[in-house]
Design a protein around this ligand. Sequence first.
Ligand SMILES: [Zn+2]
Ligand SMILES: [Zn+2]
Length: 198
Amino acid sequence: MGHEDGSQSAYDAVETGDELVSWSRAYCRRAASDYDFDVDLHRVEWEVSTRAKRRAAAVKTPTVDDATVGEPKQWDSASSHSNRLGGPPTCTMSLSWRAFESFDRGEWAATLRHELVHVEQFQAFGATDHGPAFKRRAEAVDAPVRVRRFAEPKYVLTCEDCGADVAYRYRECKLVRESAAYRSACCEAPLDCRKQEG
Ligand SMILES: [Zn+2]
Ligand SMILES: [Zn+2]
């Protein structure tokens, strides 16, 4: 079964960069048909970055001359970046390992859909940005317009008595779900859990 089916159990089983690519590719193939992305995934390469970057993921594209979002690009066989005839140049989906570690499956999948909008724009126009067309498309595929900076924890747990921050969590877990059942070290008081918007 491996990491090919995009399921929760497959996601939880991801332990290496290769497995993360494999899961993410499989997810993108499915999302492309589920959400009607107009993308050619054969022209997407994948990499995992283990460097401490704050961006969860990024699409790296070659620079295309005279390209503007909204103006369809006629890819011709003379395109110097293209390794196939008559198509857009290859771009690279770069995934951050640290972001994967701090995102749950739903948020990771939404991040991939955000990046697929970039791929779609790039393949259509030779350029991509976060402008009005991006926003409309991101909303249509249920993706965030801005991906959460993964250095920010998703949940902050505070002491109900004194209000001190006592813990941060990047993913939903037992502490998050049952925060009131735990006690703070400072006041022996129940914990409040606050979800950060992002
Ligand atoms: Zn983006
Ligand atoms: Zn306290």
